[in-house]
Write a protein that binds this ligand. Sequence first.
Ligand SMILES: O=C(O)C1=N[C@H](C(=O)O)C[C@H](O)C1
Length: 294
Amino acid sequence: MLNETNLRGIYVPVVTPFSLDGSLDGIAYDRYLLDLMNRDIQGVVINGTTGEAPTVSWEEVSELVRRTKTIIRSCGKQLQVIVGTGTNDTHSTIKRTMQAGALGADAALVVVPYYSRPSQAGIAEHFRRVAQTGMPVIVYEVPYRTGVRLSVDTAAEILALDGVIGMKDSSGGIELIAALKQLHIAKPILCGEDAYFLKHLDHGAAGGILAAANMRTEKFIEVYRLHLDGNSTEAAQRFDSLMPLIELLFRESNPAPLKWLLSHQGLLGSDTLRLPMMPISEALQVELAKEMGN
Ligand SMILES: O=C(O)C1=N[C@H](C(=O)O)C[C@H](O)C1
């Protein structure tokens, strides 16, 4: 199980591979995950934004968790498995969070409830109830997707809950992490906005959940370690060299560019997405291939 001490380092949010007919491609998933096993990451995140959570059924998520646990075990690895269980309904979020625990997940990534635009009190109550499940909970703050922004006070209140072990900050800036660190919040905050990774580390982030770390994983790990060792100039140099890739991967909706690259590299059988997500433009394909040197 994850806790507030071991939630740190680089986590890779995994894509959900689909066959050309749109069904889950378990064979491609196993191949892709086996390739990730060769890298020195802290863990994987299933059913995050990168995993196309809105169009993946809970049965499919369960299958991905089972496959992931089997592969990690067969490789003799100790990788942490975080599963996205958040919905915009407290009841179903609690149910999924408990089911993720039963499947062997180490923590649940719970997005701030989207679409309904609940009050700050409603959001805090949502997390209080989910935290009572006993599953370690990571709060996922991504206001440009949810339509509602956590206030600093609400974020601090939620982070103070027993059972909430940390936060993934995709708030689109440094204001939230800076304010929480000013309040001496000790629970780990992971960067969830790739372009801000270095800035978040500068403000005390404990690591990152970064879609771009599917590519050039070792370089992201180097940035993290160099920064940890106080070698900020070298960390900045390494990070600068990652910025063109990050910019391309987020130029069109994540994870479409990443899926295209993974299929271009032969790790996925196709770059199929489920509607309303669409494949990337030809212009971006050309730029991505050039950036990756193939
Ligand atoms: O899959 C995730 O979790 C991530 N989500 C962010 C987003 O696209 O909103 C980006 C981050 O790299 C990983």
